[in-house]
Design a protein. Structure first.
Length: 179
């Protein structure tokens, strides 16, 4: 079973280690300094964010990565979702994260649409979005400058209606969201 646990101060060192690892940071828009003080500032900012939810993912009692819903537009019932697997030995679980997120966002939060952005080079995650029924709506050309190189960003969307049609085989993927 997948559990989502709100990020706490005791998790900050692990998140910092993940976030600064080559395995994770190569597909992130930004690179962060290895600075624990900045982690504390980040934690306070996400605690105050009324338009975002942030969790660590736990699988079989092991913390495996980070997942979030951001830029929530409560009026229009839409948001972006984001994730990374921090521990490479759990990479294979990434294929199920969309199902967990769509079920939570549509059934628990009442959203009508979730969107995601993926760097062009991250072909595995781009394929995951499409495989679970998300619609690729296009890309932003030369959208992110990282390490002196421009990167295209692909945009995906899943509507509640489309998920009800395509996600029926994933109904059992319900995250245990822990307060």
């Amino acid at each position: 079973m997948m559990k989502w646990i709100h990020v706490q101060e005791e998790h900050l060192q692990l998140v910092l280690d993940w976030r600064t690892s080559d395995f994770v940071t190569k597909y992130m828009y930004t690179d962060i300094e290895y600075d624990f003080g900045n982690q504390k500032i980040w934690l306070e900012s996400i605690r105050k964010d009324e338009n975002g939810h942030y969790w660590l993912m736990s699988y079989r009692d092991a913390l495996i990565g980070f997942i979030s819903i951001t830029s929530i537009d409560w009026k229009h019932k839409r948001a972006y979702w984001n994730f990374y697997i921090g521990d490479p030995k759990f990479s294979m679980l990434a294929g199920f994260l969309g199902a967990y997120m769509y079920n939570y966002a549509f059934n628990e939060l009442g959203f009508e649409k979730l969107m995601g952005e993926v760097m062009a080079e991250n072909e595995a995650v781009r394929k995951l979005h499409v495989k679970q029924g998300a619609r690729e709506i296009g890309f932003f050309e030369k959208h992110i400058l990282k390490k002196d190189r421009w990167h295209d960003i692909y945009v995906y969307e899943m509507t509640k209606e489309r998920w009800e049609e395509t996600g029926s085989k994933f109904k059992k993927y319900i995250a245990d969201v822990v307060a």
